[in-house]
Design a protein around this ligand. Sequence first.
Ligand code: AMP
Length: 280
Amino acid sequence: MLEVIKTRNELDAILNKVPKEYSIGLVPTMGNLHDGHLSLLNESTQQNDLSIITIFVNPKQFGPTEDFNQYPRTLDEDIKKIQNLNLKKQVIIFAPLNATEIYGENFTTTISMGAITQQLCGAIRPTHFDGVTTVVYRLFKLSRAHRAYFGQKDFQQCFIIKKMVKDLEIPITLHILPIIRDQKGLALSSRNQYLSKEQYEKALHLPKTLIKIEKAIGENQHFQSIIDEELLNKDWDYLQVLDSDTLEQPTQKTKELVVIGAYRLGSTRLLDNRLVKYNA
Ligand code: AMP
């Protein structure tokens, strides 16, 4: 039921034999799997006959000074974690040998979506989302998936991928699943392991602050003063309350807000967000 493959040829050979009526679910990851990733795979196996989880540290989404080389690569452990789920459906782990298996030879295309890729995380990582949209498009194509599963933790990424699917009329249904957190409330992330003990304790300030703002919104209090005070602390890359539908400033029409932040601990950036119903 579980197969590990490393080339596009192997993937094509499997997909060519899949019955036409089968539904295929895709779970794109960069590996070093945790319960957040596994929740996506679990959901995919419940909804599809065949699930493909990809494990690929995509060089295109890392800037020249970022952690591409250090990013944790733990394929053997990842495979064990998936085996231990004892999933009853067919699962393929596609861990390409190299980038050519994803992009082919002489690939020069970039999918670039403009202004939304330059705000929030994009203001600090200006080429990041071009790398994300380009690889996700390739993965959609290679996997022939009907459904794809992403985590709300990367809210801006989900927003951008939704828009790409709409703009390019890609025939795939997106499923955005809730953030899985550890016992203390920190969103799980492969980058959490970079944190020292002290940095971990400090990192909890990120989810706690988002909860504080969420509460203030719920009680109709002035939340902007909390944000202004927080931003005096330069560890925040950003902390904002936006319309979750547009990723712009809330308006009279806003139905739901996203409280969204990126917090830096040494060279590690952590992301988190919370959705809050809103009646202006
Ligand atoms: P990554 O390997 O970091 O690229 O993440 C692969 C997928 O897992 C993305 O769709 C992420 O949003 C999702 N993901 C990462 N962390 C979590 C989490 N804590 N809870 C739910 N989904 C997550």
